[in-house]
Design a protein around this ligand. Structure first.
Ligand SMILES: Cc1ncc(COP(=O)(O)O)c(C=O)c1O
Length: 390
């Protein structure tokens, strides 16, 4: 756990480079040391240097948590070992009999956790299209305790109104949680829009180099909820290792410049795909023709690096196309410097039932792209040659 930095008025890129980093008072290293220790010597019984056991807290992990809390504008944060462990920890705020409202088109792993794991603990979930605010209000029951929001959604990049959804949550006394993985705190600040808790898969843009899995939880305010989250991270042992924290801390420092390149490429790729005869539909909120454009422009500071599209010919055409790309790597995940491409039906969203995928609008021909930071012309040339083949 780490407290909000007092330096949070600094501009984002400066905060990303400096916050939490300075942990070495002995040799003044400019980067944060990795403290690969499971335990810390007590000065005498009951008296520590502030650390006693790494599951509970570790200086390298605290450095990353302080950094992420500052970037999200939160009161405190915890760095976890995966994005799913962040989600699971937050869901353990709930008790048997509680009910969650989640989007109908969220990340497949979060869907699996809500639909197949949480019922074992007596927690149920309704999946609703959160673009319809009245449907959200109508789906709230006396047992509802949490509103889970993921925007833009995965993989169809639908945008929902965080501010208005959080206002509903506040009125009905629900905990509003936003998964901010797809945009990162650079492009979207859910706490400023009313969220109580933000979660991340830091595996994605925050780390940005596809070389570690990690997650983060950010609490908007100090108080009972934040205390409970800190208790759960320690009790459940979901904090990340000092080595992983160090890698993610190295990655987050370049979030701003990386994200600028991801966005430049996503816009170029989306504009190329829109005009292609083999493409039925493109999903990118940065296209003025996209139904999400207006809301994305209002609540986001950019449109992000993800683009999805439906290829004509359905699942078999998508599978053929995916064997022909050369520069794009056929791989799950997103947010790394290298461009990735994947098939939600058989990969990232295979954990959803066919009915659930259909309800979410994810077709066999849907392809999801995570634009890296390469030269846009090379990305477009690769898509062009792969689409040209029959
Ligand atoms: C939006 C979103 N949330 C959470 C996760 C889970 O993160 P992780 O794979 O780090 O557990 C992912 C993974 O793709 C994701 O896309």
């Amino acid at each position: 756990m780490a407290r909000k930095s007092s330096r949070n008025r600094r501009r984002f890129d400066t905060l990303a480079v400096h916050t939490g980093v300075d942990k070495d008072g002995q040799y003044n290293s400019v980067t944060t040391p990795i403290y690969p220790t499971s335990t810390f010597r007590f000065k005498r019984p009951g008296v520590t240097t502030g650390y006693d056991y790494t599951r509970s807290a570790n200086p390298t992990r605290d450095a990353l948590a302080e950094n992420i809390a500052a970037l999200e504008g939160g009161a405190s944060a915890w760095a976890t070992c995966t994005g799913m462990s962040a989600c699971a920890t937050v869901l353990m705020l709930l008790r048997s009999g509680d009910h969650v409202l989640a989007p109908h088109d969220l990340y497949g792993g979060t869907y699996r956790l809500l639909a197949s794991v949480m019922p074992r603990a007596g927690v149920t979930t309704s999946f609703v299209d959160q673009r319809a605010l009245s449907a959200v209000a109508d789906a709230i029951t006396p047992a509802t305790r949490m509103l889970w929001i993921e925007t833009p959604s995965n993989p169809l990049l639908r945008v929902v109104d965080i501010e208005r959804l959080c206002a509903i949550a506040k009125k009905r006394r629900l905990i509003a949680v936003v998964d901010n993985t797809f945009l990162s705190p650079l492009l979207q600040q859910p706490i400023a829009l009313g969220a109580d808790v933000v979660v991340h898969s830091t595996t994605k843009y925050i780390n940005g180099h596809s070389d570690v899995v990690g997650g983060a939880i950010v609490a908007a305010r100090a108080g009972r909820l934040a205390d409970d989250l800190g208790f759960l991270v320690n009790a459940m042992g979901t904090g990340c290792s000092p080595f992983d924290a160090w890698l993610v801390l190295r990655g987050v420092k370049t979030l701003g410049p990386r994200m600028a390149a991801h966005q430049r490429n996503a816009q170029a790729v989306a504009e190329f795909l829109v005009g292609h005869t083999k493409v039925r539909r493109v999903y990118y909120p940065g296209l003025p023709s996209d139904p999400n454009y207006k809301l994305a422009k209002k609540q986001q500071a950019g449109f992000g690096g993800m683009v999805s599209f439906d290829i004509r010919g359905g699942s078999s055409a998508a599978r053929r196309f995916l064997t022909r790309v050369r520069l794009f790597e056929l791989a799950e995940s997103l947010g790394g410097v290298e461009s990735l491409i994947e098939h939600p039906e058989s990969m990232s969203h295979a954990s959803m039932s066919p009915e659930q995928r259909k309800a979410a609008g994810i077709g066999g021909g849907t392809v999801r792209i995570s634009c890296g930071i390469e030269s846009p012309d090379d990305l477009i040339a690769d898509l062009k040659q792969a689409l040209a083949k029959r």
